[in-house]
Design a protein around this ligand. Structure first.
Ligand code: ADP
Ligand code: MG
Length: 463
């Protein structure tokens, strides 16, 4: 019996790890990739060293294996180190006529525009020009976008490229939103979704309908076109749709993570078509622009929060100074600070910010697990792991346990319930109590504070 309870606990830890992983994937790849592919993966179990996942179709499995499996495994290993491979189960809920009603229902939920069952991506009405900060890094792309809006078809296609998290999707949506005020046939789709829906249409014997949806567009906005590479049929279809649209006078806007010529496995004639209009890039923003973006976020937070969160200039400069490569990551870091402030309503120092953001600032630390911390604490205080994990409450083991919980919260990204579970299934309130206790002692007792610093250093060096 006790065994069973244990299994249950473990599997919920693993499930939680999966949820954490999905969150990381969402922030890594963005909403669209997430909804198109990653959300379609269901966690089944961890079987010895295999992470078992299920997906609906072979196509989804193949796509995930080709594009995301390595990353999924990497991230999952950070949560559960003994896992070394991924197994896929295919549910085979094939989209045949027998269960068409099922399929349509599924579609209804995810379809954002009226497109006869072929859900496209939704233009996000929060991504507009008003909140798009223009600086040296993106002024070229910004002015090209405006030229397109004022003068459709003059530059066709408009091709915008740049690294991850630099604002391509934002700019594309801003263009879409602006154009929607004067034209109604604006279609926005990520290349991934395009592929997914195209393959579905083949299975459903619906290709004509699928093509008609795209061919009716006055403006077609395609995000992340690098995902079209590879699949021959889809490339071909994409190319036909593309030509048909340009010939009928529709405007096409494209984003990509690289210039047209660097697209591997895309046919040359498609590449030259892609570069035939206007090609512009978005670079990483400079410090000044990063500060502007954060200040704009501050204003938004200030108005949105009940407590009127105020973030010091010093903290803004710190975040902008540290997170240089991706605006998405920088905003993620900013959000973590505001989340912290909305719970611990107090002034924070740069040192606090550093510790809140340590996962993003120092990737090595992010690899630290609760188990590493437990081992280090146990050996530091020279106690046995067995006693440490037991329910004994004597000071000699209880204090180190509290310290380990405190360090787990400070040094990993695990949630309180997650940490609790890793200490023989303790409750999150026990963890909260431990953290409070340790914080109290740090303030009161210099010697104790030094012990914590010492442990902290050992753990940092260890990774
Ligand atoms: P990409 O598509 O290039 O990976 P996104 O458009 O998704 O990047 O941008 C990542 C995040 O950064 C989004 O939250 C977006 O709103 C924000 N962002 C990007 N560029 C700007 C900008 N110039 N001004 C304000 N916010 C921006
Ligand atoms: Mg994007």
């Amino acid at each position: 019996m006790p065994n069973q309870v244990n299994i249950k606990q473990n599997s919920s830890v693993e499930k939680n790890s999966w949820i954490n992983l999905q969150k990381s994937m969402l922030s890594l790849y963005g909403q669209d990739v997430y909804t198109s592919w990653l959300q379609n993966i269901t966690f089944v179990k961890v079987d010895y060293n295999a992470l078992v996942l299920s997906v609906k179709t072979r196509f989804i499995r193949d796509w995930i294996v080709a594009h995301y499996a390595d990353k999924i495994l990497d991230l999952y290993k950070k949560e559960e180190q003994n896992v070394s491979r991924i197994e896929f189960q295919i549910l085979e809920r094939t989209e045949t006529k027998n269960n068409k009603s099922n399929v349509l229902e599924f579609e209804k939920k995810e379809s954002a525009q009226d497109s006869g069952g072929y859900g496209l991506s939704k233009i996000d009405d929060k991504l507009v020009f008003d909140n798009f900060v223009v600086g040296r890094s993106n002024e070229l792309a910004f002015s090209a976008a405006n030229r397109i809006i004022d003068n459709l078809n003059k530059y066709n296609p408009l091709y915008i490229y740049g690294g991850v998290g630099l604002g391509k999707t934002h700019l594309l949506n801003a263009i879409g939103n602006r154009l929607l005020t004067k034209i109604d046939k604006v279609i926005y789709v990520s290349a991934e979704r395009f592929m997914y829906q195209f393959v579905r249409s083949i299975k459903n014997n619906d290709v004509v309908k699928f093509k008609d949806i795209f061919r009716s567009a006055k403006v077609l906005i395609i995000d992340d076109i690098q995902f079209v590479s590879g699949k021959d049929v889809t490339q071909e279809e994409f190319f036909h749709t593309f030509n048909a649209l340009i010939e009928s006078g529709s405007q096409i806007v494209i984003s990509c993570d690289r210039p047209p010529n660097d697209l591997d496995r895309i046919q040359d004639r498609i590449k030259s078509r892609l570069s035939g209009g206007l090609v512009v890039d978005i670079q990483a923003p400079d410090f000044e622009q990063r500060v502007k973006i954060l200040k704009q976020r501050c204003l938004k937070e200030f108005h949105a929060s009940e407590k009127n969160i105020i973030i010091d200039e010093e903290i803004i400069n710190f975040i902008a100074g540290e997170l240089k490569l991706s605006i998405r990551e920088m905003i993620g870091a900013f959000n973590r600070i505001t989340a912290y402030l909305s719970i611990n309503y107090k002034k924070i120092s740069v040192a606090d910010a550093k510790s809140i953001l340590r996962d993003s600032l120092n990737k090595a630390e992010a690899n630290l697990t609760v188990e590493d911390i437990q081992k280090t604490v146990v050996s530091y205080y020279n106690i046995s792991m067995h006693d440490f994990m037991s329910s004994r409450r004597s000071r000699a083991v209880a204090r180190p346990r509290q310290i380990a919980m405190y360090l787990s919260k400070k040094m990993t990204s695990k949630s309180l319930p997650d940490i609790g579970r890793r200490f023989s299934g303790r409750d999150h309130t026990t963890v909260i109590h431990a953290i409070k206790k340790v914080e109290e002692l740090i303030l009161k007792d210099k010697g104790f504070e030094n012990e914590i610093k010492d442990l902290n250093n050992k753990l940092i060096k260890r990774v």
